[in-house]
Design a binder for this molecule. Structure first.
Ligand SMILES: Cc1ncc(COP(=O)(O)O)c(C=O)c1O
Length: 623
């Protein structure tokens, strides 16, 4: 059974049923079955499946961990969570999140005006909204409007200038109605403690965000002098996403906890909360030696609660309510990208592609001989001979002594000999063989765009677990490199011997083969780029009712060609007229031919950028 590291990154959300990958939930449908059902609706190309039950699982696990920690340490504060919208603002995600999060009083965090509008309309009254990032007067005014609507909204100031603006807006709004409905104020601390990992620079002295100790004291005075101290309720920090180790968090908690206690001692009576930001890491690794975090959720929650309790006790202040803004942990696992394999790019090295001549050059004759007589006992020697012959034959080609057919036969025969030698010597642990094996990887062309669907892979070399949906009872034999369909050589997941991916040897002319990319639900969607004009893939929500019955819905199809161009502000009406005119004015076609051509053109314009199939003799995947 091949599990592609499922135990490590899968968190029991998926199981292998017979030879297929299945959801470990309700009736345990296989992902292939779900994919085929959706494709039966006519949706082709890559598919993004969303599983709301996995969002619910993350939220309940997070709340349970903090509840247990608070019971364990007899903590007197409360626990609250908001979801940072920057992690995923897509409506099918946000609506699913808010639906499953209702029982938890779960709120939203906004970092821009547009996100604030989502938060104001989607957060139920009573659940918190936190507002971070840089803000102008309009954004702060929107926060006041939210407060007047009855929202529990906390504006986190990132600098003294923002506080001045709050003071100004407060005066303006105060003139119109009562102060009690103004936003609460939070202060983001510019931490001495830096995070760890790719996103570590969100913390530390040189971080873009937050107030220095001097500014904290100045802000405190300003709030006191302008009657806003009773709105100052939260100290906030965030030391960076995907914290690989727990120790930087502990340092940051001590730092922020002591700032909280100090400000309370100075008379910040309304200060009741500490917001620890995000950072809780997700295990993306498929290989035991490359794990991405060294702590569990239990350890994380216990450390937060224990340290806050300890500081509060030592400083004789009340224990703060704890807020988290975990994003990646909540969203990453809810979506899976399923993409069909379109072609394998080494099938040309097949015996059937050889073009033997009646009179082959002697070195090629020798290659044939090596290929037919290679055995376990002579494999290494024959392998070296074949590699040597290849060098000589390529030189002969450059000098014009042999032709293209000879060169093609050389490439095929040497590759076949390497493959045979590797199989014959598979019990030997040799660097030379490993290097050769890596060189003869298959290139799997996948119907997706890495820039659109896995931007962190392209920009930050973030690894995402990947595995096929079926054939899981067969050992995959091919070292695989994955190519996306963009015209950009960066759109590749190259075979990495340190983190090897092996896939099955398939014939795409005869059988379908789908790959699934996991943990794509955090950050990838809105960061995704329309490189080559490949847009957000078709998406669907996979839900289960009380009886465990599966329901597929909320389909949003990838944009069609004209909509993509419209988004770039092309005048699509004008384009449409131009295309039509070019056909109708053509003198090379009959009226009947023009009609047929127009019909075809409009059919294609109504479809998206992803490929149907690239095999001419394969059935066209018409929608
Ligand atoms: C202020 C703030 N809160 C929360 C988060 C979410 O972090 P994560 O996705 O690691 O939980 C971020 C992300 O960078 C952030 O900047």
């Amino acid at each position: 059974m091949q599990n592609f590291g499922l135990k490590m990154w899968g968190d029991d959300n998926f199981i292998i049923k017979k030879n297929r990958l299945a959801l470990n939930y309700a009736e345990q449908p296989t992902l292939l079955e779900i994919t085929k059902k959706i494709r039966d609706h006519g949706y082709k190309g890559p598919l993004l499946l969303r599983f709301p039950h996995l969002i619910e699982k993350q939220i309940s696990t997070l709340f349970d961990a903090f509840r247990s920690a608070m019971e364990l340490f007899e903590y007197s504060g409360t626990f609250h969570a908001v979801f940072p919208l920057k992690v995923n603002q897509y409506p099918n995600f946000v609506h699913s999140l808010m639906e499953v999060a209702k029982p938890y009083g779960y709120g939203l965090e906004a970092g821009s005006k547009a996100e604030l509008i989502i938060a104001m309309s989607e957060t139920p009254l009573g659940a918190p909204i936190t507002v971070n990032g840089f803000k102008d007067k309009e954004m702060i005014s929107l926060c006041f409007i939210a407060a007047k609507m009855g929202h529990e909204i906390i504006v986190t100031i990132e600098g003294l200038g923002e506080l001045q603006t709050i003071i100004e807006v407060d005066k303006e709004f105060d003139r119109e109605s009562g102060r009690h409905l103004s936003p609460k104020i939070g202060m983001r601390i510019r931490m001495h403690s830096a995070g760890i990992g790719t996103w570590a620079k969100s913390g530390g002295y040189s971080s873009k965000f937050g107030l220095t100790s001097t500014e904290v004291l100045e802000a405190f005075e300003l709030m006191k002098n302008h009657g806003l101290i009773e709105r100052f309720s939260m100290v906030h920090f965030h030391i960076g996403s995907q914290m690989s180790e727990i120790s930087p968090l502990k340092k940051a908690l001590r730092e922020a906890g002591n700032i909280y206690a100090d400000l309370k001692k100075r008379g910040a009576k309304a200060l009741t909360a500490i917001n620890i930001g995000g950072g809780l890491a997700v295990e993306y690794s498929q290989h035991g030696h490359s794990r991405e975090r060294n702590y569990s959720l239990k350890e994380f929650a216990n450390d937060v609660v224990f340290l806050m309790q300890e500081i509060a006790k030592n400083k004789a202040v009340e224990m703060p309510d704890i807020f988290t803004e975990s994003g990646r942990y909540i969203a990453a696992n809810h979506s899976v990208l399923i993409a069909p394999v379109l072609e394998l790019f080494s099938q040309e090295y097949h015996e059937r592609s050889l073009r033997p001549k009646g009179d082959n050059p002697p070195l090629i004759e020798e290659l044939y001989d090596l290929f037919h007589t290679i055995k376990r006992c002579n494999a290494r020697e024959y392998l070296h001979d074949a590699l040597d012959h290849r060098e000589s034959l390529l030189t002969l080609f450059d000098l014009g002594y042999i032709d293209l057919e000879d060169r093609s036969n050389t490439e095929i025969l040497v590759n076949l000999i390497i493959k045979k030698a590797i199989t014959l010597l598979k019990d030997e642990d040799s660097d030379e063989l490993k290097q050769l094996q890596n060189r003869i990887q298959e290139k799997y062309l996948i119907n997706f765009s890495a820039f659109q669907s896995l931007p962190d892979l392209w920009g930050l070399t973030q690894h995402f677990p990947v595995m096929p949906l079926d054939r899981l009872d067969t050992k995959p034999s091919r070292p695989a490199s994955l190519w996306d369909i963009t015209c950009d050589s960066d759109g590749e997941i190259a075979f990495d011997p340190a983190l090897p991916l092996h896939l099955h040897d398939i014939d795409v002319m005869k059988e379908e083969y789908f790959l699934a990319f996991f943990l794509t639900g955090a950050y990838q969607e809105v960061l995704g780029m329309k490189h080559n004009l490949f847009t957000h893939p078709t998406e669907a929500i996979v839900k289960f009712d009380e009886n465990g019955e599966m329901h597929l819905g909320h389909f949003i199809e990838a944009q069609n060609l004209m909509d993509i161009l419209d988004d770039l502000d092309y005048d699509t009406g004008k384009m449409d007229r131009s295309l039509k005119q070019k056909i109708s004015r053509s003198e090379n076609m009959s009226e009947e031919e023009k009609k047929v051509l127009l019909g075809k053109l409009y059919l294609y314009l109504s479809e998206n950028s992803y490929l149907k199939t690239i095999q001419a003799n394969q059935e066209t995947e018409e929608k």
